[in-house]
Ligand binder design. Structure first.
Ligand code: B12
Ligand code: SF4
Length: 461
């Protein structure tokens, strides 16, 4: 039976309507594996632990520190609320923040009186050192990857080098109640999050990844992945793994090796939401995709972003509009489903053309599937450009009249799901929302109804 989850954060959403919000707290588990031998670690997930604030307050009694992970979104607001409650009750307890938001905005994060230490970038070794320093009651001086406060001053220690993932112990799934993190997703009833690599070599100017990992990438060796997947699937009866990498296909040699190992093990598992770049998938050897499909890769996630070449270039996407169709057709050929994301509202481009061409690209993709009666094999996320801290397009947005997000709280409160940039005319904004609501998996319409709707919307643009 699919597990029915209570979700603690009822008022929250993501841009994907198809994927359940339930996620394994991989970030916290990645850190916990480094200190669990020496310290008693308690993991609390604000999504699955309904009374998370009370649980955190209880756990902070006699604790060494509180560590919070946050990306740029409402997680910041929830995190700040929790920290305010904790600081009131335990004013001397050190509070550490890490993850994508604090990493890309360390000083602004530390300007909050509620936060004492920020860990920037990959966290495993830095977190271990920080915990050791807190335990010894000594300063954070010289710990690479740390920003901290000293006598009212914010000090940024040098960056820490990205460490090979293979040097860390496995992700300790035994430290959480796995059952509450299993989700029902498309190909299977028991789907669990997993990741094989960290980082991305591309340099897209809207994305936090290049700032976070400095365009580096590290991946587990295929033998480790195959044996971990075997262990997880057998221990927890998992039939599907949602792969959380930023670029699964970067090292094609490893993809082939892993696929062969999984085929040999005959685990009968599916890999979904496997991230790949469209220019890479457009030219990948058929032999590699065929092998990956045989090994269980059933769905790829492609950031297609835009039907406008001007917008793709402004994002520094490193891809051509043609790659959208080429990569999609390649996946269809191998019976691999496609989830794809598009956005409009890139600052400094012709917005009308951007919207028109992006709607057309989405329509073309829907048509490829619709004409084959295979609409359920695709899924498109369509959203607006969102400014992320430290990215080049955040700066370009400011040049085009966007208001700066000046405090940590601002980043936690802005509407990043349907961000309306000042250069996006209201009528276009509304039309995009209408178009999105009309897409087959959001409205439930049939392919021919979709075509009529699309023609009508196009006329109005
Ligand atoms: C799984 C995932 C999700 C999950 C939630 C995961 C979660 N933790 O809450 C879901 C699907 C819900 C999700 C949603 C969103 N996501 Co998301 N997501 C990811 C994804 C694919 C994997 C994250 C992961 O678990 N990685 C594995 C762990 C081990 O790595 P990690 O999280 O980076 O943790 C390491 C370090 O960051 C650090 N660290 C992390 N936390 C902490 C805390 C402390 C105290 C310390 C010391 C260190 C530390 O140490 C860890 C080990 O090295 C990443 C892309 C990626 N490949 O990382 C995007 C990513 C994190 N998501 C992103 C975004 C933008 C979103 C959305 C905001 C998008 C949207 N508008 O809908 C939403 C909203 C958030 C929400 N609804 O909760 C961006 C973040 C950009 C930013 N500036 O924050 C990323 C980087 C994707 C991208 N390239 O743009 N996401
Ligand atoms: S958008 Fe995707 S490909 Fe581009 S830098 Fe971010 S993670 Fe990498």
């Amino acid at each position: 039976m699919p597990v029915k989850h209570q979700v603690a954060i009822h008022n929250k959403k993501t841009t994907s309507l198809q994927v359940p919000l339930i996620n394994v707290p991989l970030s916290l588990l990645a850190l916990a594996r480094m200190v669990r031998q020496d310290f008693n670690v308690r993991i609390i997930n604000a999504v699955t632990d309904i009374d998370y604030t009370q649980q955190i307050l209880g756990a902070c009694q006699d604790a060494l520190c509180l560590a919070i992970s946050s990306m740029t979104c409402y997680q910041i607001r929830d995190g700040l609320n929790v920290c305010a409650a904790v600081k009131e009750q335990y004013p001397d307890l050190p509070i550490i923040w890490g993850g994508y938001h604090p990493s890309t905005q360390p000083e602004q994060t530390l300007e909050s009186p509620l936060i004492d230490i920020v860990v920037r970038g990959q966290g495993e070794l830095t977190f271990r050192d920080v915990i050791q320093r807190i335990h010894e009651n000594s300063s954070m001086e010289g710990v690479p990857g740390v920003s901290y406060k000293q006598e009212g001053q914010i000090i940024n220690n040098p960056d820490r080098e990205f460490t090979d993932l293979n040097e860390f112990p496995p992700i300790p799934y035994d430290m959480i109640n796995v059952e509450t993190h299993v989700k029902d997703y498309k190909f299977g009833k028991r789907c669990l999050d997993y990741y094989i690599s960290q980082g991305c070599a591309a340099g897209c100017d809207f994305c936090s990844e290049p700032i976070f990992c400095h365009r580096r990438w590290t991946g587990l060796v295929p033998e480790t992945v195959a044996s971990e997947l075997e262990h997880l699937s057998k221990t927890y009866n998992i039939d599907t793994f949602m792969i959380r990498d930023s670029d699964f296909f970067l090292n094609v040699g490893r993809v082939k090796e892993l696929s062969q190992l999984l085929i040999d093990k005959d685990l009968n598992i599916r890999l979904t939401s496997v991230n790949g770049r469209m220019e890479q998938l457009a030219r990948i050897d058929d032999e590699v995709l065929a092998l990956a499909r045989k090994a269980g890769v059933r769905e790829v996630f492609i950031g297609a972003e835009s039907g406008s070449q001007e917008a793709l270039d402004a994002m520094n996407k490193g891809a051509k509009v043609e790659h959208i169709e080429l990569s999609t057709r390649k996946c269809i050929k191998h019976d691999i489903d496609v989830r794809s994301s598009f956005m409009v509202g890139i600052p400094g481009v012709d917005t009308k053309y951007e919207i028109k061409s992006t709607m057309e690209a989405i329509h073309n993709m829907i048509s490829v599937y619709g004409e084959q009666g295979r609409l359920e094999h695709m899924d498109i996320l369509f959203s607006f450009f969102v400014p992320y801290p430290g990215t080049k397009l955040y700066e370009v947005g400011l040049e085009h009249g966007m208001q700066p997000l000046a405090t940590l709280g601002d980043w936690g409160d802005f509407d990043q799901f349907d961000f309306k940039a000042s250069w996006m005319p209201q009528e276009y904004y509304d039309l995009v929302l209408e178009f999105r609501a009309g897409m087959p998996w959001n409205s439930g319409c049939e392919f021919d109804e979709w075509c009529e709707f699309y023609e009508e919307v196009k006329e109005r643009l």
